[in-house]
Design a binder for this molecule. Structure first.
Ligand code: ADP
Length: 263
């Protein structure tokens, strides 16, 4: 720490004005990356300077969702991050040959994350979002170590099984002393043509995670929002332009924009 060998991470310096938010989930497929991508783009559309680090080493999907395939460009010793929809993006996916699995161990992951934070020229950012891998693994601990001031947003679905593991992911914050900003319940319901709500994955997961984390951490962890199942959200993600831009009035986009404004 503080030696010449330790790369300097601007967001970890005292007095850094960048809000750092790590987006976590208990398991894959709950929409963590979709939430991250949409929050980033919504914030940028609101005039904030936003960066995204895709730290979901094993399931990186941020490049596709934001429509970036170029790796950062090298200028002297720095990497210039590509930009998409007003957001600066770096992903492990940009450094791995297409179609190859990532088989890195903990120390390598830590080093990669450190490089993303220290060697990339981010400029002045208002917000840096990190898309964490699902679960409570090495990367979550690395983020807490490298960015002690970072906060956590937990994404879950309404389903009990998802909520249980999401709680575990959020409870890492007790050890790392990170603040848990709140819980986003994704895939909360599917609106029917008659306006009624089909609760495809049940109900209550978000509330449950929020209540249990509040108890565990001892400070208020609110539900930041409920995002319904929205076909346009999925299509937009597949197409590389998040739904908050392609269909801002769709139910998913409305919910995600509200979450972004509350952060
Ligand atoms: P995770 O990052 O948790 O693995 P993703 O964000 O990759 O999850 O989402 C998994 C899949 O579900 C993606 O195909 C995504 O487009 C889709 N998806 C996520 N949230 C929603 C939603 N609210 N409505 C419809 N599809 C969604």
């Amino acid at each position: 720490r503080g030696t010449d060998a330790e790369p300097q991470i601007p967001f970890a310096q005292p007095g850094s004005l960048t809000k750092v938010i790590a987006v976590a989930s208990g398991k894959g497929g709950v929409g963590k990356s979709s939430v991250t991508a949409n929050l980033a783009v919504a914030m940028a559309a609101d005039g904030l300077r936003v960066g995204v680090v895709d730290a979901d080493i094993y399931g990186f999907s941020i490049p596709r969702m934001l429509g970036v395939d170029r790796p950062p460009t090298k200028v002297d010793d720095m990497l210039l991050p590509p930009e998409a929809h007003g957001v600066k993006v770096v992903s492990i996916g940009m450094f791995v040959p297409v179609g190859q699995p990532v088989v890195w161990r903990g120390p390598m992951l830590h080093r990669a994350l450190q490089q993303f934070l220290a060697d990339v020229f981010w400029g002045d950012l208002d917000v840096l979002l990190l898309d964490l891998p699902p679960g409570t693994g090495d990367i979550a601990i690395s983020v807490a170590q490298l960015l002690p001031g970072s906060e956590i947003v937990v994404v879950t679905t309404p389903q009990v099984a998802a909520a249980e593991v999401a709680e575990r992911a959020g409870s890492v914050a007790v050890q790392t002393r990170q603040r848990v900003v709140g819980v986003v319940e994704n895939m909360a319901w599917l609106e029917q043509p008659d306006g009624s709500r089909l609760e495809l994955f049940g109900a209550g997961g978000g509330e449950r995670v929020a209540a249990n984390l509040t108890r565990l951490i001892g400070s208020d962890v609110p539900v930041l929002g409920q995002v319904p199942i929205d076909v346009r959200l999925r299509e937009a993600g597949d197409g590389g332009t998040p739904v908050v831009l392609t269909a801002p009035d769709s139910p998913g986009a409305v919910a995600l924009r509200e979450v972004a404004r509350g952060l």
